[in-house]
Design a protein around this ligand. Structure first.
Ligand code: PLP
Length: 453
């Protein structure tokens, strides 16, 4: 046994290896190569603890939308901590910042996404817990409606919704399930709407979309519509590989869900608050969700805050049943944290003041064009696509047939490693061979050029 303290004669790298259990990390790799320790960040730039500078084309995990090191947010956090460092929101307790944030989210949804039917906002602290809350609330809703058999949730292969037991089961990427005994019963996965990879030879995008929506319809019929409670989807799939839906896909899915009284959950954890160049992906793609989950861009990750917004239709059922049900026994210690809400308000002030959503609508296509121009001739790059500042570069072993590299051989991991050696952070994604680019929405054209070069 080794007993260590920071005063012991170990480097930070050694202490990391001896003490830290890293999320989504190969233990063997860290033991062999050591951790990468960051010391500082400002704007789109990071510095590691050896003093090396990097440009972050990922905004952390698609989340630092206003860029690193904003003094206004630090000041708002400090003021909130001095004023009301914490109180819970159980049993009707409340605080000004959280009330204002709930109202602001509903107003943004109404005014910027045509989603005036969203009625209330529940707060948590991660995207996973927001989706868990949605998962539980739809069960609660159907139990109140006297249809306890209507419980299954359909998600999509390639979808990413988190890692907790319910949200991780909704995630449609098998790597997240291996050896964890997931997915849980009652979660079903339907086809991934990625035409470039999953479209058949000679099949048009419209025919592909028809085929996978017909698959979804068949799944609903097979299981029995009376057993299906909800369908969950990211408007644009992020971790799955920056996968844009075919043009009419969501309209057809929505019609199918309406026909069978199945709720739509839009997972806007990445797409919410501007990343697609519109305020919400639901607005950008014409979705009418019954529940919208959000996290990341609410605070640009300066404080862990998530939100689950529920529609009038769901809320009314909960409200009417309230006298007989008593308290809704769901909530977290950090639900409606006053410091988190103050941070979110300061963050959204910057998004609005700096017009970051409109900038993303201009700079995203610019960055996409720069990448496409540089990569067009590469025989191993099949597709470069994106919307706003969500861009994916997909690798193929053969461009003509769109054949993928064999499992485990994906060059995208090598590319991410080489980019890191050249001072650029990009992510190698786990579903198909894609490197993602999702810089802070505050990135300048000069910084885009530098990163792309
Ligand atoms: N949903 C989506 C679309 C995500 O991209 C993520 C995280 O990347 C999550 C949910 C889970 O969020 P968290 O890691 O905060 O639990």
């Amino acid at each position: 046994t080794v007993s260590v303290s920071p005063s012991a004669n170990f480097s930070l790298e050694e202490l990391d290896k001896l003490s830290l259990f890293h999320p989504v990390t190969s233990i063997a790799d860290v033991q062999k190569n050591g951790p990468l320790i960051y010391a500082k960040a400002g704007g789109v730039r990071m510095r590691d603890h050896h003093g090396r500078d990097l440009i972050d084309l990922g905004a952390g995990l698609w989340c630092v939308n206003v860029g690193y090191g904003r003094p206004e947010i630090a000041d708002a956090a400090a003021a909130a901590m001095r004023n009301l460092s914490y109180y819970h929101t159980f049993g009707g307790a409340s605080n000004e910042a959280t009330i204002c944030l709930a109202d602001r989210i509903l107003s943004l949804l109404r005014e910027r996404a045509g989603a005036g039917h969203l009625a209330r906002v529940f707060f948590g602290s991660s995207g996973s817990d927001a989706n868990d809350s949605a998962y539980k609330l739809i069960r609660y809703y159907n139990n109140l409606l006297g249809r306890p058999q209507k419980k299954k949730v359909i998600s999509r292969l390639g979808g990413y919704h988190g890692v907790t037991y319910a949200s991780g089961s909704l995630t449609g990427i098998s790597a997240y399930h291996t050896a964890f005994d997931m997915p849980i019963e009652g979660v079903l996965h339907t086809a991934c709407p990625h035409y470039y990879r999953f479209g058949e030879d000679g099949e048009s995008e419209a025919a592909f979309s028809d085929r996978i929506v017909a698959d979804l319809a068949a799944m609903i019929e097979r299981e029995g519509p009376e057993t299906i409670a909800a369908f969950i989807a990211e408007p644009v799939m992020g971790t799955g590989g920056v996968l844009l839906p075919p043009a009419d896909y969501f309209a057809k899915v929505q019609a199918l869900l309406d026909k069978h009284d199945i709720l739509l959950i839009a997972d806007e954890v990445i797409t919410g608050f501007g990343r697609t160049g519109q305020w919400f992906g639901s607005g950008a793609y014409g979705l009418k969700p019954d529940i919208i989950t959000m996290a990341k861009g609410i605070t640009s990750a300066y404080f862990p805050v998530s939100a689950t917004a529920v529609s009038q239709r769901v809320w009314r059922v909960l409200e009417e049943a309230s006298p007989r049900m008593g308290a809704v026994m769901h909530g977290f210690t950090y639900s409606g944290h006053p410091v988190g809400s103050a941070v979110a308000m300061a963050n959204l002030d910057i998004v609005e003041r700096d017009d970051l959503v409109a900038k993303t609508a201009e700079n995203g296509p610019y960055m996409l064009r720069q990448l496409q121009a540089r990569l067009a001739e590469n025989p191993y790059i099949g597709d470069v696509r994106g919307v706003g500042l969500m861009i994916g570069v997909e690798f193929v072993a053969d461009r003509g047939s769109r054949r993928a590299f064999s499992a485990g051989l994906g060059p995208h991991r090598l590319v991410a490693r080489h980019a890191l050696e050249r001072g650029v952070l990009t992510r190698a994604l786990p579903f198909i061979d894609v490197n993602s680019f999702s810089p802070p929405l505050s990135i300048t054209r000069a910084e885009i050029d530098e990163g792309v070069d």
